[in-house]
Design a protein around this ligand. Structure first.
Ligand SMILES: Nc1ncnc2c1ncn2[C@@H]1O[C@H](COP(=O)(O)OP(=O)(O)OP(=O)(O)O)[C@@H](O)[C@H]1O
Length: 562
C-alpha cells in the first residue's frame, strides 16, 4: 500500500484528520490548503489519487475539481462534502469525481472509499494498456515505410488524430487504409473507446440499415455499429458500396450529429469520429450520380491517398522486416538474403502490402535455413515481367480499351448503316424487279436475314467484350486471382494487351483484327516503338508482333496519337 495521495482541504483540522487516517494505513500523504499548492505538488509528486474537501468557506472546491479534471483527466478524485450538500456532491460526480464521502464520516469508511477508488483506477489503467496492446496486435497501427508518401501520411495522422474531422482513405486493396484508420484512432484521445470497423460491402443491402443504425422495437433491441462506436471511432470501409438511400441516411447523421435507430422512436446524439475508405474512384462515381455529392464533401474533409506499393518500392525492405518480426515469433529467421530482397524489390506487388505480408508469412513457414532466400519466397512467374504496370498506367490502358471499343463500335455502326442503305436503295427498285424476278426477291430477304444475324452476332461480341472488359478492369483494380477473366473456349480468340486480355469469338474477324491492330499501335506508342517491351506488354512473342505489324501494315515511322 505505497500509493501517494494528495489532500486538498481548506480547514486545517480536517487536513490533519485525513492525513492521520490515511498515512496510518501506509499511504504516502501530502496535504495542502490551496489548489495552487496542490497543482505544484501534482506535477512534483505525481499522486495516484486526490482527496478534495468541497466543504470550504473561502474557496470554490468545484472550480478546483473542474481544473483538476481538465488538466489531469486520468487522476481519480474522491470528494468529501457535508451530508446536507447532496446537490453539490451530485454535481461533483457529474464533473468527473470518481467517488464521495459524506461528513460526518467514519475513518474506516474514508479508507475503504479511497482504497476502492485506487483499485478502480488501477483496473482502468489495465484496460487502457490492454486496449493499446490489442490495437497493436491487430492493427499494427504503426505505419512502416521510408517513402515520402508514408512519412507525409504519418505526419497528417499526427496532425488530425485528435480532431473529429472526417477522413476519407483512398487506395487500392491492401495499401494500408485500415492501418491508417487504426493509427488515427489509437493516436487520438478516443483510443480508450471502441474502434468499430464496418465493411459496407460485406453486409447485405437489406441489413445495412439495421447493422449500422441499430434497431429498436417491441421485440428486439439491436445495437448498431454507430451506437457501439459512441465516444470512439467508426471506420466505414468501402463506403461507395452503400446504396443511395443509405447514403442519404448517413448524410443526415453526419450533418445533424443525431440518429434514430431503425424503428426506434428516440433520437440519439452521435459522438463518433468517422473515417471512411474506398478502393474506387469516388469522384467519378459522384459524376456518374452513383455517390451523393453532399456526402462526398462531408466525408472528405481530410482526404488521404495511399499509393500502391509498386510506386513506393523503398518501403519494401522495412515492411518485409516488419512482417518477419510479426510472423516469426520464435526469432528463428535472421533476415533475407540479398537475392531474396532483390526479388522482393523488383516484384510488382499488385496485391500491395497485404500481398507482401502473405509472401513473408509463407516464406517463414517454408524456409529451412536461418535466412530467407529467393526460392523461399515462391513469387509468381509474373515477377519476371518488368513492364510498367503502375496503377495509373493500368487506368490509362483501361481508358484506351474503352475508347477503342467505342470507336470500333461507332465505325462498325457507320459501315452497317451504309450497307443497309445500299441494300435499301436497290430495295426501292426492287418493286419493279420483283414483278419480273421472284427469285431475286427471296435472295434479298435472305440478305436481310443474314445482316440481322450478323448484327446480333456483333452485339454478342460487344457484350462479351464489355463483360470481359468489366471483369478485367475489376481484376486490375481488385487484383484478385479468382477474378481473372475466364479461360477462353477452344474456338475463341485471345488478344493480350498491356495488362489486359480480350477473349473474342473467332467469327467476327474484321472486328477482332481492328481491335488487335489498334492495341498493337497503342503498345508501340506507349513504349516509343520498342518492340521488345511492346511484345511483352501485349503478351506475344517478338516474332508474332512483327508478323502482325506486317499483316496490319503498321509502320512504326508513322505513329498514331491516342
Ligand atoms: N504502412 C504500413 N505499415 C505497417 N503495416 C502495414 C502498412 N500498410 C499495410 N500494412 C499491413 O498490411 C496489411 C493490409 O493492410 P490494410 O488492411 O490496412 O490494407 P487496406 O488498404 O485496408 O486493405 P483492404 O482494402 O483490402 O481492406 C495489414 O496486415 C497491415 O497491418
Amino acid at each position: 500500500m505505497s500509493a501517494t495521495l494528495l489532500i486538498i482541504a481548506e480547514d486545517e483540522h480536517m487536513r490533519w484528520v485525513y492525513f492521520r487516517a490515511l498515512s496510518s494505513v501506509g499511504y504516502e500523504v501530502r496535504a495542502v490548503e490551496s489548489d495552487g499548492e496542490g497543482h505544484r505538488l501534482i506535477s512534483e509528486t505525481v499522486p495516484q489519487l486526490v482527496l478534495l474537501d468541497l466543504d470550504a468557506l473561502n474557496w470554490n472546491g468545484m472550480l478546483i475539481l473542474q481544473k483538476l479534471q481538465q488538466e489531469h483527466p486520468q487522476l481519480p478524485v474522491v470528494v468529501v462534502n457535508h451530508q446536507t450538500g447532496l446537490e453539490k456532491t451530485l454535481q461533483a460526480l457529474k464533473l468527473g469525481a470518481c467517488d464521495y464521502v459524506h461528513k460526518p464520516f467514519d475513518l474506516q469508511e474514508l479508507r475503504v472509499t479511497v482504497e476502492k477508488a485506487l483499485k478502480m483506477e488501477s483496473l482502468q489503467e489495465e484496460v487502457r494498456f490492454l486496449r493499446q496492446q490489442v490495437g497493436r496486435g491487430y492493427g499494427e497501427f504503426e505505419l512502416i515505410g521510408q517513402s515520402q508518401a508514408i512519412k507525409s501520411i504519418q505526419q497528417l495522422v499526427d496532425q488530425v488524430a485528435n480532431s473529429t474531422a472526417t477522413v476519407l482513405l483512398q487506395g487500392e486493396r491492401g495499401t494500408g487504409k485500415e492501418t491508417v484508420a487504426r493509427a488515427l484512432h489509437y493516436q487520438s484521445q478516443r483510443r480508450e473507446k471502441p474502434l468499430i470497423i464496418f465493411d459496407c460491402s460485406a453486409v447485405p443491402e437489406k441489413l445495412v440499415d439495421r447493422e449500422l443504425f441499430g434497431q429498436e422495437d417491441f421485440e428486439q433491441r439491436h445495437k448498431g455499429a454507430l451506437m457501439m462506436a459512441q465516444g470512439g471511432t467508426l471506420y466505414l470501409k468501402e463506403i461507395t458500396a452503400l446504396s443511395l438511400p443509405m447514403q442519404a441516411s448517413l448524410f443526415e447523421v453526419l450533418n445533424r450529429r443525431f440518429f434514430r435507430p431503425f424503428q426506434g422512436e428516440k433520437e440519439q446524439v452521435v459522438d463518433v469520429r468517422f473515417i471512411t475508405s474506398t478502393t474506387r474512384n469516388i469522384s467519378q462515381l459522384v459524376k456518374q450520380g452513383l455517390f451523393r455529392e453532399d456526402l462526398y464533401y462531408h466525408i472528405r474533409i481530410v482526404p488521404v491517398l495511399l499509393p500502391p506499393l509498386r510506386q513506393r518500392m523503398e518501403d519494401i525492405s522495412s515492411l518485409a522486416h516488419h512482417f518477419l518480426k510479426r510472423y516469426d515469433s520464435t526469432g528463428r529467421i535472421h533476415g533475407f538474403t540479398a537475392s531474396a530482397m532483390a526479388a522482393l524489390e523488383s516484384y510488382q506487388w499488385m496485391g500491395n502490402v497485404k500481398e507482401l505480408a502473405t509472401v513473408v508469412e509463407r516464406s517463414i513457414l517454408l524456409c529451412q535455413q536461418e535466412w530467407i532466400d529467393r526460392d523461399d519466397l515462391y513469387l509468381p512467374e509474373v515477377a519476371e515481367c518488368s513492364y510498367d504496370s503502375s496503377y495509373e498506367q493500368v487506368r490509362k490502358d483501361r481508358d484506351f480499351i474503352e475508347r477503342t471499343i467505342e470507336k470500333v463500335r461507332a465505325e462498325m455502326d457507320d459501315k452497317n448503316e451504309q450497307r443497309q442503305k445500299s441494300i435499301e436503295r436497290p430495295g426501292k427498285q426492287r418493286e419493279n424487279v420483283e414483278r419480273q424476278n421472284h427469285e431475286r426477291q427471296s435472295n434479298e430477304r435472305k440478305g436481310y436475314e443474314r445482316l440481322d444475324r450478323k448484327r446480333s452476332r456483333k452485339e454478342n461480341i460487344l457484350n462479351n467484350i464489355e463483360r470481359i472488359q468489366e471483369e478485367k478492369v475489376k481484376a486490375l483494380c481488385a487484383i484478385s486471382e479468382e477474378e481473372q477473366a475466364p479461360l477462353p473456349k477452344k474456338k475463341d480468340k485471345v488478344i493480350q494487351g498491356a495488362g489486359f486480355t480480350l477473349v473474342l469469338q473467332d467469327d467476327e474477324s474484321i472486328f477482332i483484327e481492328e481491335i488487335e491492330k489498334r492495341l498493337i499501335q497503342y503498345a508501340l506508342e506507349r513504349y516509343q516503338g520498342d518492340q521488345n517491351q511492346a511484345s511483352r506488354a501485349l503478351g506475344m512473342t517478338r516474332a508474332s508482333l512483327a508478323s502482325r505489324m506486317q499483316k496490319y501494315q503498321i509502320n512504326q515511322g508513322s505513329r498514331r496519337r491516342w
